[in-house]
Design a protein around this ligand. Structure first.
Ligand code: HEM
Length: 386
């Protein structure tokens, strides 16, 4: 469990390990770290729904680390920023950004789907959503990159590295300063952006403090783009590995939503979530003491054959497809509609405008190192030019 995943072969090996663990030790104590790991759908769902949040998920003092009742009032306040109307309104803009990115690459006959499209697209969308001015976007992207390096391994989670803490501290401090200034501006002159909406938001007479708005902006930057990058690039990889599927979705675009859900199940961007026990708990016959860390492997749950028949098969017509890629329960991903929308807008444009697109596999595809996120660092593709 110690080594990180660097290639798709490692990922395959890890999936084989998940299968073995589901069959033999569905609730497993890692003696080295003292943390428990769960692998089957039924326990993963219970752990992420019922257990307490882990206060520091490596990000910041965010909503992810809150339990009820604090979580409920905070979530109610921020939900107003992600209404179906906001998402619908953004659709046109997502298409424009995608078009501009495709235009830069279309004549070249090859491009890196990750760095030239799947990464800049969600970062730009979030920056615009938040109201970061276009001139500041390179700065914003630099922070996103800085936080992206924050892939904590198990070992580091228990014994964080001093240098890493310092580096992250610097990124957080810069973002903090930036958002404080932006907040100040919007307090005096509100606009139609998310920061202004958050500042205005109130339920039960409660408002978000400036501090809370800033924490949320920082979380969005982290939670909202790396995962969407993964979803989009993994979709292209999965289609490439299943040419029949590619053919099918080209001919029948109505199959695309199901295909995106299957990518979420089959190549889940978020591999696992962390929770804590507050009291002693019995789980599948195993006793977990109070105050213990529990890792819930979404990636494993999403391949559990008890819930997904023929679970190792990439099947875009799978129904039902109750995957856990966006989590479950009170912390269910707030940005799921946005991530789905961005993918649903960008994918058909990629398939239409990059004729005969295919992944270049001269070298093994490189992954982001880490235990939490399954993402490709690069996805070089070739396509025909007119
Ligand atoms: C929560 C995955 C995109 C914002 C979560 C959780 C998962 C997840 C698994 C649950 C965490 C937990 O239970 O501890 C994903 C995936 C995405 C994606 C796979 C893309 C494919 C986004 C986007 C945004 C976003 C685009 C916002 C712009 C959030 C927020 C939470 C969250 C704010 C915390 C909700 C809460 O604690 O109540 N996401 N996410 N996510 N996600 Fe996403």
């Amino acid at each position: 469990m110690g080594h990180t995943l660097s290639t798709l072969d490692d990922v395959q090996e890890r999936y084989a390990w998940f299968e073995q663990m589901r069959a033999t030790q569905p609730v497993w104590l890692d003696e080295q770290s003292g943390a428990f790991h769960v692998f089957r759908y039924v326990e993963v769902e219970r752990v992420i729904t019922d257990f307490s949040s882990f206060p520091s998920q490596g990000v910041c003092n965010s909503i992810l680390g809150m339990d009820p009742p604090q979580h409920r009032s905070y979530r109610n306040l921020i939900t107003c920023a992600f209404t179906p109307r906001t998402i619908e309104r953004l659709k046109g803009r997502v298409a424009e950004i995608t078009q501009a990115l495709l235009d830069e690459a279309r004549h070249k006959g090859e491009m890196d789907i990750v760095t030239e499209l799947a990464y800049p697209l969600p970062v730009t969308v979030i920056a615009e959503l938040l109201g970061v001015s276009p001139t500041d976007q390179p700065l914003f992207k630099r922070w996103a990159d800085g936080l992206l390096g924050q892939q904590l391994s198990d070992a580091r989670l228990f014994q964080p590295d001093e240098q890493e803490i310092q580096r992250l501290g610097q990124v957080h401090a810069q973002m903090q300063d930036y958002f404080i200034a932006l907040l100040e501006e919007r307090t005096h002159a509100p606009l139609d952006d998310l920061i202004s909406v958050l500042l205005r938001a109130s339920t039960d007479g409660k408002r978000l403090s400036g501090e809370e708005v800033i924490e949320f902006c920082k979380l969005l930057l982290v939670a909202g783009h790396v995962t969407t990058t993964d979803l989009l690039s993994q979709a292209i990889r999965c289609f490439d590995e299943h040419p029949d599927v590619l053919e099918q979705v080209r001919k029948q675009p109505e199959l695309l939503p199901g295909a995106v859900e299957e990518v979420l199940r089959f190549a889940s961007p978020f591999w696992r979530l962390t929770r804590m026990t507050r009291t002693e708990v019995r789980l599948a016959g195993t006793t977990i003491p109070a105050g213990t860390l529990v890792f819930a492997w979404l990636a494993s749950a999403n391949r559990d054959a008890e819930v997904f028949p023929d679970s190792e098969r990439f099947d875009i017509t799978r129904s039902p497809n109750r995957h856990l890629a966006f989590g479950r329960g009170i912390h269910f991903c707030l940005g799921a509609p946005l991530a789905r929308m961005e993918t649903m807008v960008a994918l058909p444009m990629i398939l239409q405008q990059l004729p005969n697109v295919r992944v270049i596999r001269e070298k093994p595809l490189e992954l982001f190192e880490g235990e939490f996120v399954f993402g490709l660092k690069h996805l070089p593709v070739q396509f025909d030019t007119e």
